[in-house]
Design a protein around this ligand. Structure first.
Ligand code: NAP
Ligand code: MG
Length: 479
């Protein structure tokens, strides 16, 4: 029987649910006040390069005011408030995120380029879940196993990347507030808008002024924030390179530090795995969010005996992925977040071919405007190749093979990173044997990229230190 392929009619989500201001100022002490720096940047939609809004570049004076506001709020209101009262604010924020989830999902898609299917079904529900989860902890901290009277640290300086703008904000702000800390947060340069809308949500929730402050800007703003002597705690998510710089800047200052950095996750498929299920997991592992995922399964390790069977199935599945307008509800793969990131992906993927690996992509038309990269699979990859060692942070999968479980584990661990891994097998004993030996903060079994606020997340080695989420994540904000 000939294979049936369905035609899809366009199903774009309406932009009309989002009303953007033309210009966003830093949110400090409960108000949007003109940046002292007087500098602005333009954030664009990476799917068509159209400007979305002007956003202030917060300078040292702005960061200074934000830290001072956070300190005042900590001393006068927030740290002394009973946990049950703090919890009410977190519940309120969580509910507003749910109420405004469609608006936020469309906004996140516009600013980031990721498919609305993902912002709607993943980023938004998870962001709200983080606030709900931590709201529940706010009045139970003495029972968290961290001592009878755990104390907040003070002002938390938080810097986040562009790949999950609102979700990373939730990972940072929810635990900080639940534990009684106040916050100054810098969103990424290319994706500040959902953080600016979150500032409006803080106003709507009547959160006491100064408890949350948002200072948009670029790398320099981040540097000023993490280096500010008034910060008691630094929490950073981003590249290993910037993480190293921050670790040096914070060393010896007495500030507490957590770092969530890069990854090069291995996805191990044993010969007894349910292959169609594994194919779905491989696709989710590397093509979810265009592969802009620190815990992406960017290295596929397939047992040699099934490689010939698995790869055609994987390619057939990838041929069905729909790349294009991120606002279309049928789109699987959206735009690359920025011209700079597209350049990095092209350069690294280029080394794959130069070093002798074979690239494959499905036939797919890339839109003319915007930043796009087709889903790509490299075979004939050796461990020495740069595409097997370095984080590409894009929709590019490197396929390697192994013969024995020992070899699988050795190859999986042969990386400076240690954030995530996946194991596909029907055998429980093999699963546990493998998981025990993998040096990765998260190991998924017969699934991939599953995140939950109750489950701690973080890395080994150059993937950083400290955990976010779960009971373990509270520890990073309590003294
Ligand atoms: P990045 O360059 O390290 O940027 C991360 C954030 O730090 C951005 O807000 C950035 O501002 C800011 N920043 C840049 N230079 C700084 C400095 N010297 N001091 C303080 N802040 C500074 O990383 P990215 O390219 O945006 O994100 C991709 C990387 O993040 C990948 O390596 C990925 O693996 C990692 N990541 C890790 C996790 C995790 O949970 N482990 C999650 C997501 C992403 P600008 O936006 O202006 O550059
Ligand atoms: Mg943008």
């Amino acid at each position: 029987m000939p294979e049936q392929i369905f035609e899809y009619a366009p199903a774009p989500e309406s932009r009309a649910v989002v009303s953007l201001r033309s210009c966003y100022e830093p949110y400090i002490d409960g108000e949007f006040a003109p940046a002292k720096s007087g500098e602005y940047l333009t954030t664009v939609n990476p799917a068509d390069e159209e400007p979305l809004a002007e956003v202030a570049v917060s300078g040292e004076a702005d960061v200074d005011r934000a830290v001072a506001a956070a300190r005042r709020a900590f001393d006068t209101v927030w740290s002394a408030m009973p946990g049950a009262e703090r919890g009410k604010y977190l519940f309120r924020i969580a509910r507003i995120l749910q109420e405004r989830s469609r608006e936020l999902a469309v906004l996140e898609t516009l600013d980031n380029g990721k498919p609305v299917k993902e912002t709607r079904d993943s980023d938004l529900p998870l962001a709200a879940a983080h606030f709900f989860y931590h709201a529940g902890w706010a009045d139970k901290l003495p029972y968290a196993g961290l001592g009878p009277e755990p104390r907040p640290l003070g002002v938390a300086a938080q810097v986040i990347p562009w790949n999950f703008p609102l979700l990373m904000l939730a990972w940072k702000i929810a635990p900080a507030l639940a534990t009684g800390n106040t916050v100054v947060l810098k969103p990424a340069e290319t994706t500040p808008l959902s953080a600016m809308l979150f500032a409006e949500i803080c106003q709507e929730a009547e959160l006491p002024r100064g408890v949350v402050n948002i200072v948009p800007g670029a790398g320099e703003t981040g540097r000023a924030l993490v280096g500010h002597p008034g910060a008691d705690k630094v929490a950073f998510t981003g590249s290993t390179e910037v993480g190293r710089e921050i670790a040096r800047a914070v060393a010896g200052t007495g500030k507490r530090l957590t770092l969530e950095l890069g990854g090069k996750g291995a996805n191990i498929v044993y010969d007894d795995a349910a292959l169609d299920q594994a194919v779905e997991g491989i696709v989710t592992g590397i093509f979810f969010n265009q592969g802009h995922v620190c815990c992406a399964g960017s290295r596929l390790l397939v047992q040699e005996s099934i490689a010939e069977e698995l790869l055609p199935r994987l390619k057939a599945r990838i041929e069905r992925l729909r790349l294009g307008d991120p606002l279309d509800k049928n789109t699987d793969i959206g735009a690359i977040n920025s011209a700079a990131q597209l350049g990095r992906i092209r350069d690294l993927a280029g080394t794959g071919t130069e070093e002798g690996a074979t690239a494959w992509s499905p036939a797919c038309e890339l839109p003319e405007r915007g930043y796009w990269f087709p889903p790509t699979v490299f075979t004939g990859v050796s461990q020495a190749h740069r595409i097997a060692r370095e984080e590409i942070f894009g929709p590019v999968l490197s396929v390697l093979t192994f013969r024995t479980p020992d070899e699988a584990v050795t190859k999986a661990n042969n990386t400076p990173y240690g954030l995530s891994a996946g194991v596909w097998t029907e055998k429980g004993s093999r699963m546990l044997w493998t998981a025990e030996r993998l040096r990765a903060g998260v190991v998924w079994s017969n699934t991939f990229n599953k995140l939950d606020p109750a489950s701690p997340f973080g890395g080994y080695k150059e993937s950083g230190y400290g955990r976010e989420g779960g009971r373990h994540g509270l520890e990073a904000y309590l003294g």
